[in-house]
Design a protein around this ligand. Structure first.
Ligand SMILES: *Cc1c(COP(=O)(O)O)cnc(C)c1O
Length: 313
């Protein structure tokens, strides 16, 4: 299944933006649980979990979390217990939350301010009950999550070699920053000349960019590579609007357009916002005549949550 996954497809889009060729890497097509970057990260965490012989997974995320859906699906497929700590503040029913329920995950709701405590007490309780719990940070954040995107970067390199092409820019939506950290590490390890641009969907600088940098340096330190500074991180916070989940009519139009012309679903929270942010960034920075790669990082169930809005707009 996920273990020795083939590289996800990269294809040229029909549309051009500001005189640039746009390509898309389809991580939404990773063949497990609707794919996405959380599937790529989770595959490495589950390999690690199996080497620890854990029998139970504890993780954290909201009711709309792609990460929690995938972890719940993976645990169900392996017959392991799954516990999801989830904030009361964002607990509306979504396709992802319905699937978590379907997969039999135990959801523990608490206030955001009590999350850390709740995770700790849950891990202690499980251990006392005789379980061997494995904790995965929200969003699959951590060195293994970063590693997953160093591997994705290598897939991109392979595509370039096979197709005699060079991507001048790689764009994607940045949340916890792990995806971006992996891509930046891949670029640094290979000493490549290109820009990795993370379009933030929620966090603002300096915090957002600092988290990416910390993840980059944590990974590099682990593999014995020298650390880097903030000048290596392009974490763009100009398109977050009012924060997580916020969107505007332009994002809706971009999503409709990409679905209609390319047949590819994007969603407001992550991929649609990131694609719109890329479009604006290219324009504002007068980028033209380049090869640009956008990574479709998944979240297909969120597209269906949005469908009503797309139709009624
Ligand atoms: C989580 C997520 C992101 C952001 O990835 P990070 O590694 O947290 O920055 C982007 N797109 C989708 C669809 C996601 O679910």
């Amino acid at each position: 299944m996920l273990g020795n996954m083939a590289a996800t497809p990269i294809h040229k889009m029909n549309m051009r933006l500001n005189g640039n060729d746009i390509f898309m890497k389809r991580d939404d097509l990773i063949p497990f649980s609707f794919g996405g970057n959380k599937a790529r990260k989770a595959s490495l965490y589950f390999k690690d979990l199996e080497s620890h012989k854990s029998d139970c997974v504890v993780t954290y995320g909201s009711s709309s979390s792609n990460h929690c859906r995938i972890v719940a699906n993976l645990t169900a497929s392996k017959g392991l217990k799954c516990i999801i700590i989830s904030p009361i503040e964002t607990s509306k029913v979504t396709y992802n939350s319905k699937m978590m329920e379907l997969f039999g995950a135990e959801i523990i709701k608490c206030k955001v301010s009590d999350v850390k405590e709740t995770i700790e007490s849950t891990l202690i309780r499980l251990t006392e009950e005789g379980y061997k719990p494995y904790f995965i940070e929200g969003g699959g954040h951590g060195n293994l999550g970063t590693k997953a995107y160093v591997e994705a970067y290598e897939e991109i390199k392979m595509f370039e070699l096979d197709n005699n092409i060079h991507f001048d820019y790689i764009f994607h939506t940045s949340g916890t920053g792990t995806t971006q950290a992996g891509l930046v590490c891949g670029k640094l390890i290979n000493r490549d000349d290109r820009q990795i641009i993370g379009i933030s969907n929620a966090r603002k600088n300096p915090y957002g960019g600092q988290v990416v940098l910390d993840s980059v340096n944590s990974y590099l330190e682990n593999i014995g590579h020298v650390g880097v500074g903030l000048d290596e991180i392009n974490f763009i916070d100009d398109y977050v609007l009012d924060g997580y989940g916020a969107y505007n009519n332009e994002i809706i139009d971009v999503i409709k357009n990409v679905l209609m012309i390319e047949g590819i679903p994007l969603a407001t929270t992550y991929t649609g916002k990131g694609f719109w942010g890329m479009k604006e960034y290219i324009k504002e920075n007068h980028i033209t005549g380049k090869n640009i790669l956008f990574i479709q990082t998944g979240g297909t169930p969120l597209f269906f949550d949005d469908l009503e809005v797309l139709v009624n707009d």
